[in-house]
Design a protein around this ligand. Sequence first.
Ligand code: TYD
Length: 392
Amino acid sequence: MKKEFLDLGKQPIANKFLNKGEFNNEFLFDLKAVFDDETKLVSLKEFVAPEMMFNDEYAYHASMSDTMKTHFKSLSDRLQSEFNPVNVLEIGSNDGIFIRHFNPDTTIAVEPCGNFADMTNDMEYKTYPEFWTTKLSTLIKQEHGTMDLIYAANCICHIHDLDDTFTAVRNLLSEDGIFVFEDPSLLRMMERGSYDQLYDEHAHIFSVTALGNLLEKNGLEIFRVDNLSVHGGSNRIYAGLKSKRITELSVSTNLMDENNFGLDRFETYEVFSDRVKKSKKDLVSMLKSLKLEGKKVIAYGAASKATTVFNYCGIDKSLIAYITDTTPSKVGKYQPGTHIPIISPEEGFGDTVDVAYLGAWNFRTEIMNKEISYLSNGGKFITHVPEVMIFS
Ligand code: TYD
């Protein structure tokens, strides 16, 4: 049975950055989270139609971050040297940040956002501009044979029907093939109070516990888990066909950590929900005090996560003057829901800013290293993770 534990209010499509004339009739939905006490899966109560989120205007551009470029380069080196895959497929290939390290003759991309599918096609990778389904995997198998490596980053948690997703993977994997995928970790979200991992695209936030149950149901088995620091704490899951590989210690360690935290019990989620309410109160009162002191407060990074926080907390232009972001397609637009303007860091970040709310808190180290002169001139940042705080 699915039980609701969190209500983040009315929320927009987090990556649908708006032009000035688009504020009226913006699509909003009820962002609520539920826990399934059978599979232990945490999901959104109401899913948003995939075509509304993943289309030719999709804004999230993975290569905007040096951290992510290094992350995918070192992973592709590791996968190639350890597993030596020939046929490779990526589900949700975005701008090709991962597949660019693989041979275009034997590597296939699946990407429903046409703007990104065009980019990988231009890079000579056969790209299917479609959603991942069993129907598509059957077609790919007919055209290209089975795959030795199926990879997905920050994509599987977007897909509503996980049984179909995993069946599609199982059908297309070669006998010794591996399915490697990484998504935000439920345990890290719960430990860090980072409720902003929840937004329209994140239909599920995965625990290893829930994934083990769902993969097994569909003929797959986890044999390794890597805990990653990216995207605010993620897990990389390695799975193969059932009973094909020795299960490594990392699987039982992760399951034990999740069990010790109580991820299998509804009460844990009720405690989390109280923590989220407190986070909202603390953030709003901090921003109001700064405003009373006459400080110039902006936000750094128009991340989807910041969309969740600002819409949930009712934060608008009266508290945050604007948001800076390095992504060209976001600059000149407005944050969904709150309609706070987004400008480039060149235009909006510097010594006139007193305090910057860290929208991209998951890139804290990268940003702190980059903004040394802002910090040494007295600039400060705010984060809500793990608690609302101001720091310099
Ligand atoms: P990200 O955390 O990658 O994604 P999301 O929450 O949408 O999944 O988003 C980070 C945003 O922050 C992205 O739009 C790029 C921006 N950004 C900057 O503006 N400056 C920076 O130095 C970094 C690292 C990111």
